[in-house]
Ligand binder design. Structure first.
Ligand code: SF4
Ligand code: SF4
Length: 85
């Protein structure tokens, strides 16, 4: 599943440079995650790195973008050109 940043985000800038897929950008008021680019860090890390670095825990799974582990691996392969086992 892609993740979503809620509006309690304090724009601390911690997550944006950490995203391996460049899925996080500044939105109109707070940072946003592009669901077409977020693989939940599948293919890169064991856990979503944006959640790990966020000091206020305002990032969660987006129920509007449900994807299986296989879906996320396919997305990773499409984004990077790399295929994983
Ligand atoms: Fe980026 Fe990973 Fe966070 Fe998705 S879970 S927005 S890929 S850092
Ligand atoms: Fe917002 Fe959390 Fe990202 Fe900081 S790390 S900009 S609080 S989502």
């Amino acid at each position: 599943m892609a993740l979503i940043i809620d509006d309690s985000c304090i724009n601390c800038d911690m997550c944006e440079p950490e995203c391996p897929n460049e899925a996080i950008t500044m939105g109109e008021e707070v940072y946003e995650i592009d669901p077409s680019l977020c693989t939940e860090c599948v293919g890169h890390y064991d856990k979503p790195t944006c959640i790990s670095v966020c000091p206020i825990d305002c990032i969660a799974i987006d129920p509007a973008h449900k994807e299986s582990q296989d879906d996320l691996l396919v997305k990773y392969a499409q984004l990077t050109g790399k295929f994983v086992g």
